[in-house]
Design a protein. Structure first.
Length: 137
């Protein structure tokens, strides 16, 4: 298995698990490999060929994809589409964010190309035991 943070040039990989986080691959060939990204330091994939490879996201990378899926299913499909469009046209940050900036009570998400509102979910209050018994009488 190619390890995190390693550097490879001109190597052919076949049928291997390739850990991408922080690694550098230049002019490599990947045949029937499983490419694994966990959301760590971005890899360098320069001049590489991918033949019948699968791409797998775990950890922070999987959480990001699940968040986008939840936003899409939660009625914010335009936000997800705008995010994908920004990825396609290069409008996202050239460098990853240094770390999460947390603002207490914030109700927006900043994607680097715009701030978008995030709705709060409100829960129905649960009926108390006495409320249930009063309704039965």
């Amino acid at each position: 298995m190619a390890a995190d943070g390693e550097s490879y040039t001109g190597i052919s990989f076949s049928g291997e698990d390739i850990r991408l986080d922080g690694s550098v691959y230049r002019a490599c060939v990947f045949r029937e490999c499983r490419m694994l990204y966990r959301g760590g330091p971005l890899p360098v994939l320069e001049g590489c060929r991918f033949i019948d490879c699968g791409w797998n996201f775990d950890g922070a990378a999987a959480n990001t994809l699940m968040m986008l899926g939840a936003l899409n299913q939660g009625g914010l499909a335009p936000l997800v589409e705008a995010t994908l469009a920004a990825i396609r046209n290069g409008g996202v940050l050239a460098q990853p964010a240094e770390g999460p900036v947390r603002t207490p009570g914030a109700r927006v998400i900043d994607l680097g190309f715009g701030r978008f509102p995030v709705p709060r979910l409100r829960r129905q209050p649960r009926a108390s035991v006495t409320d249930k018994h009063e309704g039965e009488a």
